[in-house]
Design a protein around this ligand. Sequence first.
Ligand SMILES: Nc1ncnc2c1ncn2[C@@H]1O[C@H](COP(=O)(O)OP(=O)(O)O)[C@@H](O)[C@H]1O
Ligand SMILES: N[C@@H](CCC(=O)OP(=O)(O)O)C(=O)O
Length: 255
Amino acid sequence: MRRVVVKVGTHVLSDQNRLCEERILNLVEFLVALMKSHEVILVSSGAVAAGYSILKLDKKMLHNRQAIAAVGQPQLMAIYNKKLEKFGKSGAQLLLTADDFDSRKRCFHAKCTIDTLLDNGILPIINENDATATEELVFGDNDQLSSRVAYYFGADMLILLSDIDGYYDKDPHKHADASMRKIVNTIDPTELEMEKSTNFAFATGGIVTKLKAADFLLERNKSMFIASGFDLTDVKSYMLEGIHKGGTLFTCKTL
Ligand SMILES: Nc1ncnc2c1ncn2[C@@H]1O[C@H](COP(=O)(O)OP(=O)(O)O)[C@@H](O)[C@H]1O
Ligand SMILES: N[C@@H](CCC(=O)OP(=O)(O)O)C(=O)O
């Protein structure tokens, strides 16, 4: 079976400072359908958004953010497992940091854990270990973490489910005439220097971290697909029916 990593961002998972259970249920329903044809690994943000409804500290301070994430992570996992249970499935939590990928031994053990979980029909759910991710080591955004997960844990493709339905020639929230790029084969270095441009207070990524993730994967002959996480129609068409209607595919292969 082909292995695929699905990453979902904070904005998609939350609504007005709290997790949006309906959207998480739709996501889980899609993941369970995908698990019939693929080995699926989920990278999920949302710990800070979940924790903030319980612990309202100033999120700009690193230690506060870490504490909020520590409160929110078990809440996030509880919701995932509640939804997965409806489909007879279970999730497992892995919290990783950038330096886990620098250590061949730790990376090997994480991969073995994931292989065993997948062999047993469990959905691995990965987030950054915010409490130990110090300033020098932090990915800070799950876009780049998920590109490492895809590459080091043997996936062919990374799917980013975002608050935007694809990659445009300019920010579609600022330019009404922006048009979506359906297939991207190379990324120009200037594209990686755009302003951060995240569209949501709890999110840390933005379009540039998504492009950096794509750049990392394209250099290693892997693909990435960006589609909307609010409306799963495009990702379902592409992944479940093999039809590329909407969303942006980053691939080195010419189709
Ligand atoms: N060229 C672009 N194409 C698509 N989105 C862009 C572009 N430039 C800036 N953006 C912004 O990046 C946002 C996506 O990043 P972010 O809000 O961090 O998403 P997520 O929470 O899903 O990870 C979009 O909503 C959009 O406002
Ligand atoms: N580890 C953090 C991730 C924050 C983050 O990267 O958010 P996003 O840019 O929406 O993917 C959390 O769980 O809140």
